[in-house]
Ligand binder design. Sequence first.
Ligand code: FAD
Length: 406
Amino acid sequence: HYDVVIVGAGHGGAQAAIALRAGKFAGSIAIVGDEPDLPYERPPLSKDYLSGDKPFERILLRPPAFWEERQVAMRLGRRVVAVDPAVRTVTTDDGETIGYSELVWATGGSPRRLTCSGHDLIGVHGVRTRADVDRMIAELPDVSRVVVIGGGYIGLEAAAVLAKFGKQVTVLEALPRVLARVAGEPLSRFYEGEHRAHGVDVRLGVGVSCIAEADGKACGVTLADGETLPADMVIVGIGIVPAVQPLLDAGAAGGNGVDVDAQCRTSLPHIFAIGDCAAHKNTFADGARIRLESVQNANDQATVVAKAILGTPIDYHAVPWFWSNQYDLRLQTVGLSTGHDDCVVRGDIASRSFSLVYLRGGQVIALDCVNATRDYVQGRALVVAGAAPDRDRLADVGIPLKEVMA
Ligand code: FAD
């Protein structure tokens, strides 16, 4: 039995333990995680870890001694398969039953898989864990052609790394533009152009019919129109499925993730949920119930849960932010652009340093800043305030964003 059991040794789970100890929580804490490693940063998996620029030790969230000093028991390499809220226990896949006073569910999700034939062949990869990327890295010396299925951030980041490695890369996107779910059209077109300029074959509006097989391995991707693109490696980046089945089986409200309130409490007593798997009502999405897949959200919700457990509850309303690195482009995003009805381009897109300012009803709701950190830093206040600046002033790079309301 532990006073707090955290399920999931990722960003949210680690931060929950860190925040509890920082808040002088004196009870016992265990983190139960199905990956074998201590908590590490996930974003580099499709960036500097895949490229080899950062070894694993440099992406650990904390050095190993940290967890011992803070007395956080790491129960790694085991998966929680059942939760019994009546007697407050979790059961792991190796048959152990662990009691808790408070349970924090921080399990993220697993990569959504293709449903077509060949989806589970050798050479087909999701990108979620160190093990996924280590498998890719091991295969890379024998790979010359890569097909990436899904033009979201993870697929595009992996495409950028592999293109830089000199691989022949094709990106397949089912929608008419890349990043369609998360960004405005000008940003999609910009990244599409950048990838093409780096030799990536970006194909839009294409469906996948199956993964072709030779000798038990993937050898190509067959499109809906019958064309087969040869491939030695297939990367699938089409989103995640939140890992919440044990909680739903235990009766928690949810569906696409598990529903939580403003303090990240699920509908089950003494059970919280945070991070990618937590469907919460977000102030910056007009109060809509959403899941956010970002380090910011995992960390800030972890802090909210720690405060609730420490008896000093606060509501979650942190400003969403996110980043993506592709080639020499650093994208920084603040706010949520979903639902915008206007988009102002600030700066010259061709200069590869610009921002998109998203508005709804005249108010700033989000910014996407490409190689424009100053806009990102200063634009945050506009999002927080729901400011309604003059469009022409927003577009004028001669006026810093912090002065745009003056
Ligand atoms: P995770 O960090 O995924 O941790 C969940 C852990 O729980 C995992 O180890 C999982 O294996 C484990 N688990 C699941 N089920 C169980 C179970 N039943 N029992 C025990 N353990 C279980 N975000 C950004 O903000 N910026 C970025 O640039 C960015 N890039 C990314 C690139 C990649 C390749 C990926 C995969 C993600 C990226 N993200 C990025 C998203 C970010 O990593 C996630 O939002 C964040 O990791 C969410 O934290 P979490 O704690 O909810 O889940």
